[in-house]
Design a binder for this molecule. Structure first.
Ligand code: ADP
Ligand code: MG
Length: 727
């Protein structure tokens, strides 16, 4: 999304080791962490192409040998058919042994005519065909009178058989160089598969003959190969069935990746729990004042969450809790009340939002309440500069600010708290673990307790994968009095009718969000689309239509948001910048254009912007017909329910095996290997395994523990690695 002034590394437990060189990384792994251009066949140009083709972990800018290892093939080309020419089947891939009879180069200067080479074996004739090829190359590769193996797709052309641009041409004594089962890799324009095949071979050869971390009997029982075998069989398959994410070798590596993740999480968690926090017991003085100032009473869910949070804070270990609550479930009040606990105890609290817009909004909603309760609130974002910023910092260090609200600007090293005891991170999925840690270290003695809040309902599996046994509180009910949102999916070409209805609604006091589509690359930019819609709606509604997009400067954004919040603007056209957290209770209509291009979770987030006031609310999903099957199911689900948790589950189901984890959408890191069928079973096994390992060997010091450290390095779970390194 465009609004991210803080496109941060979303990965909670993985950070590249090469971003922070690890002196403790075992030497035998060093060859894998070398830059990929250490391999023969890879120069600076190819390195750039690799950067595009490989999925590099966050923070890694130069592809390394390791990245080639984890770039697993998507399939196999089977060249094992070795027919004679007479029985070769047109349309298939074959490897043929032929004699080169005669070259028939095209007339000079006419490169429309292909270069042909007549070949034969004892059974027939085969023409090799090259278009626009360098003559010298061909003459060198295929001298007349020699024997050659050629491998490629056989075609029939008129009377005879031909092969255009064979994939491989080798002399009989180099036959072993032919990859009879050739792995096929994800590529990018300009990068050839051959280069990857060759590079991957070398990468595999660099894997040290390292000791296995899995028990041999256990592997045997599962029918899984050793680590070395697994890696080799995927990059140099003996059997085409190996190259599939359900195969033994692949499943084994998937398990390894999950195990690494689970170990890392458990280690982080273990480190966290063992760090003594400072028990904080506020007494309730300020909270009572806040409650008195609230125009409503807390929901049961809010009460329970607060009880859980205050128990955490009173406990002697450091708190790390996730507060999950659907959009509009009232997380902000919970945050404020929790922060008040810290202030009651004489300490400070911080609230960090993912965007400038949200930080300012928090100030607006929290400010008045805080004031009534006697809390001193400060704001710090990227926009506070110079004198204003200095003042905030001084007050903060002097303890004259109780609650600091801001963006990632709170991480800056010169931000020093007098005594930070509690930090709330809103919309967690945009921040990574290391940032969480950074904020924690700003806490005084005992570090800060941390509450992370997310509106994205994260399915259990995903939570467990990425957070392990993080404590979770859920807001399961919405504040009372909310009216249901009527959701309807309608085709785009009924837009004019919709505009007419919206005009009637606006006359009755309605306000409208109008979200413009994510744009496919071939079309307009997001911005252009939003501008176009803005101009179109302005024809009907004039100056009552505002425009909000990510390229706007901060003050302009604020002014536009404020005008909408003050009901001066009736319609707010925007790109997806409004996705998170914006609260304008009077807005009651949400229009989403090209709804079929959005994920269901995103649609749900957007819809959550309405239905917050007393007015009846609508969400109109404009789609371009015809709808694909998945898109149709998504929109139907939206029409059917407002329950974020149900929607999250459906989301998972619709994504199916291919994108089991939905990590990208949740802003969580993606797996390199573990996106496989049977994922959930592997995960829970890995989780148990990690528990067992750490119960017996909490610091990974046993013989197996030492080997498991290799595993952590290989999957770059260095957040965890650092923990046992530091200790
Ligand atoms: P979110 O969980 O999406 O951050 P907010 O904290 O922004 O939700 O709350 C949404 C709206 O609900 C706000 O206007 C807030 O004042 C209101 N609200 C929160 N808790 C209650 C409650 N217990 N009763 C009534 N309204 C509430
Ligand atoms: Mg919120």
């Amino acid at each position: 999304m465009a609004d991210t002034e803080l496109r941060t590394d979303p990965s909670p437990h993985r950070r590249s080791i090469n971003a922070r060189p690890g002196p403790m990384r075992p030497n035998e792994l060093a060859p894998l962490f070398a830059s990929a251009d250490a391999l023969s066949g890879i120069g600076p140009r190819t390195l750039l192409l690799l950067k595009k083709a490989l999925r590099l972990p966050p923070g890694v800018t130069t592809p390394r040998v390791l990245d080639l290892l984890w770039h697993l093939p998507t399939g196999v080309i089977d060249r094992r058919a070795e027919p004679t020419i007479a029985i070769a089947v047109p349309g298939t891939i074959a490897t043929l042994k032929v004699r080169v009879l005669k070259h028939k180069p095209p007339p000079r200067g006419n490169d429309k005519v292909p270069y042909k080479i007549i070949c034969e074996d004892d059974t027939g004739r085969l023409e090799l065909v090259f278009f626009r090829t360098e003559r010298k190359f061909i003459e060198r590769q295929l001298p007349e009178g020699t024997e050659r193996y050629v491998s490629g797709r056989v075609e029939s052309y008129g009377e005879h058989l031909q092969m255009a641009h064979p994939d491989y041409i080798v002399a009989p004594d180099a036959r072993h160089e032919l990859p009879m089962l050739e792995p096929v890799y994800g590529l990018t324009a300009g990068l050839s598969g051959k280069i990857l095949v060759k590079a991957a071979r070398q990468a595999v050869a660099r894997v040290p003959a390292m000791v296995e971390w899995q028990d041999a009997a256990w592997l045997k029982a599962r029918g899984w190969p050793s680590f070395m075998d697994a890696i080799r069989r995927l990059h140099q398959p003996d059997d085409s069935s190996d190259v599939s994410n359900g195969s033994g070798p692949w499943q084994r590596l998937a398990y390894d990746e999950l195990l690494a993740g689970q170990l890392a999480l458990a280690l982080v968690r273990q480190g966290q729990k063992s760090q003594r926090g400072r028990p904080i017991d506020g007494g309730g003085r300020i909270r009572a004042r806040i409650i008195a100032a609230l125009p409503f009473s807390l929901t049961n869910s809010q009460r329970i969450a607060l009880a859980e949070i205050s128990a955490d804070m009173a406990a002697p270990h450091r708190m790390l809790r996730l507060l999950q609550g659907d959009v509009g479930s009232g997380k902000t009040v919970v945050a404020l009340m929790s922060m008040a606990i810290a202030v009651e105890a004489g300490a400070q609290a911080a609230l960090m939002a993912p965007t400038e817009v949200l930080a300012r909004q928090h100030i607006e909603t929290i400010g008045p309440l805080a004031e009534k309760a006697g809390l001193r609130v400060g704001l710090l974002t990227g926009r506070e500069k110079g004198k204003g910023r200095r003042e905030v910092l001084e007050k903060l260090a002097g303890g004259e600010i109780d609650i600091l609200i801001g963006t990632h600007a709170l991480f800056q090293p010169d931000v020093v708290f007098h005594d930070l005891a509690f930090a709330v991170i809103d919309e967690q999925h945009r921040f990574g673990v290391h940032q969480r840690l950074a904020l924690q270290t700003k806490g005084g003695e005992g570090g800060a307790n941390v509450l992370v809040m997310t509106a994205t309902p994260i399915p259990r599996t995903l939570l467990m994968t990425h957070y392990g046994d993080l404590d979770v509180s859920k807001l399961t009910e919405k504040p009372p009095g909310r009216k249901p949102i009527t959701t309807k999916a309608v085709p785009l070409d009924t837009m004019e009718r919709l505009i007419t209805r919206i005009r009637a609604q606006i006359e009755e006091g309605a306000q409208v969000y109008w979200v413009c589509p994510l744009i496919e690359s071939s079309e307009l930019s997001d911005l252009a689309a939003a501008e176009e819609r803005h101009a179109h709606l302005a024809q009907t509604f004039g100056a009552a239509v505002g425009l909000l997009h990510g390229a706007m400067g901060g003050p302009d954004k604020d002014a536009t948001m404020a005008a909408f919040a003050e009901n001066k603007l009736k319609i707010l056209v925007s790109t997806t910048v409004i996705e998170v957290g914006v609260n304008v209770p009077n807005a009651n209509i949400m229009v989403i254009e090209h709804a079929e291009r959005f994920g269901i979770a995103q649609l749900h987030q957007l819809r959550g912007r309405v239905g917050r006031g007393t007015r009846e609310s609508f969400c109109m999903l404009l789609y371009k017909a015809p709808l694909g099957e998945t898109a149709r199911q998504r929109l139907e689900m939206m029409e059917r329910t407002e329950d974020g948790f149900l929607i999250a589950e459906k989301d998972l189901e619709l994504r199916g095996g291919g994108e089991v984890l939905g990590a990208r959408q949740s802003g969580l890191p993606e797996f390199r290997v573990a996106d496989v069928p049977g994922f959930e079973m592997l995960l829970s096994a890995a989780r148990d395994d990690a528990q067992m390992v750490l119960n017996a060997d909490p610091r990974l010091e046993s013989a197996r523990g030492q080997k498991l450290r290799h595993l952590l390095y290989l999957f770059e779970c260095d957040e965890a690695v650092r923990l046992f390194r530091a200790a």
